[in-house]
Design a binder for this molecule. Structure first.
Ligand SMILES: [Zn+2]
Ligand SMILES: [Zn+2]
Length: 135
């Protein structure tokens, strides 16, 4: 089990999870880029039931290219993206790596949606890469 904690920029929302990390991925999809304002999003997938949230994040719901129903949770005071849900991955949440305190635990193993990356983004050749989302 791994203990993860995190917070938004203003600190009104905090979370913790005693959990097993299921997957970590750098996602270069347009939705992640636009939602985070960053060149790509790093996602840390954990079981939804392990996540405890303090505060009241706001949720933005949208439909992905894949047809999945997506939910993106963020702080309505400071705008930090905190975590998301994808109807294709029931019972899982994807924490945004940048809001996690344990930065040493962030070790993505794959790059996904490389087809929509910003061309200048450095890509680690040692990681598996996928043009879209595998499987
Ligand atoms: Zn905040
Ligand atoms: Zn993405």
């Amino acid at each position: 089990m791994t203990k993860l904690t995190g917070k938004c920029l203003c600190g009104n929302i905090t979370f913790s999870a005693d959990t097993d990390i299921k997957m970590m991925a750098n996602c270069h999809c347009e939705d992640c880029r636009v939602a985070t304002g960053a060149a790509y999003g790093t996602l840390v997938f954990v079981e939804e039931g392990s996540l405890e949230i303090s505060g009241a994040p706001k949720v933005f719901k949208h439909t992905a290219d894949s047809g999945s129903a997506m939910e993106k949770y963020f702080c309505s005071d400071c705008g930090s993206q905190l975590f998301g849900k994808n109807s294709n991955r029931p019972n899982m949440v994807s924490l945004r790596a940048g809001v996690i305190d344990q930065t040493g635990l962030i070790k993505p193993t794959v790059n996904v949606y490389l087809s929509s990356r910003i061309p200048s983004t450095p890509i680690d050749p040692n990681l598996k890469g996928f043009e879209k989302m595998p499987g």
